[in-house]
Ligand binder design. Structure first.
Ligand code: NOJ
Length: 721
């Protein structure tokens, strides 16, 4: 399609339509109630809605084809719609929430999962997914931490790029390739007090140094689209933030793809108090660099006036429209507006055995073994197993933002254990609900009875899927009194108990950790959750996940993260309560978290030895080789995530106490050892210096290698320039 020619033939109304995205419901003629409702609230007529260039929130191939037919019939130039959707961690077959995927430290697995999700979505008619989410997250109160791969810029960037490669495949040329949209630009993960949509206050230094690299990694990986965030940064909503959109994104990063606003975000600038009215909102957003407006119609309604007043130019509108037409063209929609949408392929692919096997593996690799005092793995010969707790039979374990995923598709822990141990007697009781503030414990007696009689107890606790995600911030992170009472009662009567904890964020597990012999954190594991949990508990699979987000001891420690800055008055031992004052302490608890970034146990012990660096100097021309030998001292096949950190000892600006620079996931048979060799270059040592340049500074660097961000071996090298 010659899109320049098409553009030259389009009316202004058609062009503005291409810059407007509406909910799928707007295209359904048969749904008059919704048409007159939402459309009138946007200030447009039904006929206007049909000019819109893209849509979201439709359901499956049949729906997509119907809507495409309706829209194209109404379009003067028969321009096909772009169909977008939040495919965040699977389409119908669901893998763990992204925070869990972060704990896999596994780019290949992430790419494979994204590819699978993209394929299922493509056959359901999706052209663009609003994923990956690259918001750096350091405060577990924020419900959307579940959508991020975690607290670290390096890890997030590598996994974000893997998501993009998985979705976009061969530059959208493959039948099942879909476009990705990185979000939410920028720093949406740092809202004040962890409350969703709240203001973000960051220096430009911290923004550039810590919060932007993840988004940038996705741009470098070729992501097609980007979504500004709802929040203000330094008082300016991202939707009209010229520093972010114009100077950094379009200018420094030379991004020429589509910028799409978040849902109703143009109009929310009025609530933020920076846009006077809808017309002003359109002016601000477009002039900052936005192309497409999601779920409001200020561009459509007011751009003509703004053009006449000289507040916008036709060149701006044309450039934005061309970006939209170009994506449609490269997706092949002008030739085939249904693209890969196929009811038959939906039936073949959704929840197919290969996809289920993949998401089960992902759920196994995302799970983190937090504690194990010789309890796990349970014997596969167990005759009597008790599966107790609010998540024992809970099917709502797929997680927030599961797109077309359904609770009824999910395998519960109870079903997983029963399937794995067909000869065992597996009894269950709920004991209490998962309500955040539940206090009543109705079935304690039955829980005690089952626990007392069992060879092994699986205690399924945690947080329900709808208690994280958008709009779901929490001011407390503890397990409810009821869940703790249940745990105490069960553990008292059977020490062979392992807690399996579901959660969309790091919960505060300090009290539970003191009493329970073993804890496996399984996040919201997705469709195959129960099978993955059973295989991990009974030793068919070996936990290998490592935390991509720090677990606090108490909510009062939030935000908490390993890559913190030095303080001039550090405590002597962060693991104990410091008694004397005038240092950076809490009176009532240690400074250290309960579980640090990068932490996670296995059924094996891995020893680290022969830590060497190839030189005591590093120069721009001579990178450093950092080597370590890791040995599996255990009895199981296993995977270990080996981590490389640095500390810049002295610089023109304060540097973090530790920064992850590389990691490797290795697989070892019992008794096997392997040398892991990292290459560290001068580029890895660069940062935003005091004069604002991105450069390294000569001097001493400590190099650390180890299994997590606390247990580290170190040496010092000198950067010569
Ligand atoms: C609002 C969310 O912030 C964003 O992440 C999502 O993509 C859009 N809604 C569309 O559903």
């Amino acid at each position: 399609m010659d899109i320049q020619k098409l553009l030259s033939e389009m009316t202004l109304q058609e062009k503005l339509g291409q810059l407007t995205q509406l909910n799928a419901i707007f295209f359904k003629h048969d749904n008059t109630a919704d048409i007159t409702g939402p459309t009138s609230r946007l200030g447009i007529e039904e006929s206007d809605a049909l000019y819109s260039g893209s849509t979201l929130n439709f359901i499956g191939a049949k729906d997509m084809k119907e809507i495409q037919d309706i829209a194209m019939a109404a379009q003067p130039h028969k321009i096909p719609l772009l169909f977008m959707q939040d495919v965040i961690h699977g389409y119908r077959t669901i893998y763990p929430i992204p925070l869990g995927m972060g704990c896999t430290f596994d780019e290949e697995l992430v790419e494979e999962c994204a590819r699978m999700a993209g394929k299922e979505a493509a056959v359901s008619g999706v052209h663009v997914t609003f994923s990956p989410m690259l918001d750096l997250v350091r405060d577990a109160r924020w419900g959307r931490v579940m959508e991020s791969t975690g607290e670290d810029p390096h890890l997030n960037g590598r996994l974000g790029a893997a998501f993009v490669r998985g979705y976009q495949g061969n530059h959208l040329q493959g039948k099942y390739d879909i476009a990705a949209c990185v979000k939410h630009f920028a720093a949406y993960g740092a809202p004040e007090a962890g409350r969703d949509y709240n203001a973000v206050e960051l220096s430009e230094h911290t923004l550039r140094e810590t919060y932007l690299p993840g988004y940038r990694a996705c741009i470098d990986a070729g992501v097609e689209m980007i979504m500004p965030s709802f929040n203000t940064v330094g008082g300016v909503p991202s939707t009209c933030n010229r520093l972010l959109l114009d100077r950094i994104l379009r200018g420094e990063w030379a991004f020429d793809g589509i910028v799409i606003s978040d849902y109703n975000a143009y109009r929310e600038m009025i609530r933020h108090g920076v846009a006077e009215n809808e017309k002003h909102a359109a002016e601000l957003a477009i002039n900052a660099g936005c192309d497409v407006e999601m779920m409001s119609a200020t561009t459509y309604l007011y751009a003509q006036e703004l053009l006449a007043e000289g507040k916008l130019t036709m060149a701006q509108i044309d450039r934005a429209v061309l970006r939209v037409l170009d994506l449609k063209n490269r997706l092949g929609l002008f030739e085939n507006p249904y693209r890969a949408a196929s009811e038959q392929e939906e039936a073949e692919l959704h929840l197919c055995p290969a996809h289920r096997a993949l998401v089960r593996r992902a759920a196994e690799e995302a799970s983190v073994l937090l504690k194990n005092e010789g309890v796990l793995p349970f014997s596969q010969k167990a005759k009597k197993v008790a599966v107790i707790g609010p998540f024992a039979k809970e099917k709502g374990i797929k997680g927030f933002w599961s797109c077309a995923g359904r609770d009824e598709d999910c395998v519960t822990v109870l079903s997983g254990v029963r399937a794995l141990l067909p000869d065992a007697e597996v009894a269950t009781v709920k004991g209490c609900s998962w309500a955040v503030d539940e206090t009543a414990v109705p079935d304690l007696d039955e829980a005690i009875e089952l626990a007392s009689e069992a060879d092994a107890v699986v205690l399924c606790l945690g947080e329900y899927q709808e208690h994280t995600g958008e709009g779901n911030s929490r001011a407390t992170l503890n397990l409810s009194p009821a869940q703790m009472a249940l745990a105490r009662a069960v553990i008292k009567h059977n020490k062979n108990t392992a807690a399996v904890i579901f959660g969309g964020r790091p919960l505060v597990l300090t009290d539970l950790a003191e009493i329970v012999p073993a804890m496996l954190y399984v996040w919201q594991p997705g469709t195959e959750g129960g099978n993955a949990v059973a295989r991990l508990l009974f030793g068919k699979a070996n936990p290998s996940g490592k935390l991509s987000m720090t677990f606090p001891r108490a909510v009062g420690q939030c935000p908490i993260y390993y890559s913190r800055m030095h303080t001039g008055r550090p405590v002597k031992d962060p693991k104990v309560v410091t008694q004397s004052g005038y240092c950076s302490r809490y009176l009532d608890m240690p400074v250290a978290p309960l579980y640090p970034f990068g932490y996670g146990l296995s059924y094996n012990t891995y020893t680290y030895d022969n830590f060497t660096v190839s030189d005591d100097k590093i120069t721009p021309d001579a990178p450093l080789e950092v080597a370590v030998t890791v040995k599996n001292e255990g009895a199981y096949e296993g995977k270990e995530i080996v981590q490389l950190y640095i500390r810049d000892k002295f610089a023109s600006v304060a540097r973090p106490v530790l920064e992850l620079k590389d990691f490797a996931k290795i697989e070892l048979a019992p008794g096997e050892s392997a040398a892991v060799i990292f290459t560290l270059t001068e580029e890895d040592l660069r940062f935003h210096t005091a004069d604002g340049t991105f450069a390294s500074e000569r001097g001493e660097f400590e190099i650390f290698v180890g299994p997590d961000s606390e247990r580290l071996m170190s040496t010092t090298v000198y950067l010569e320039k």
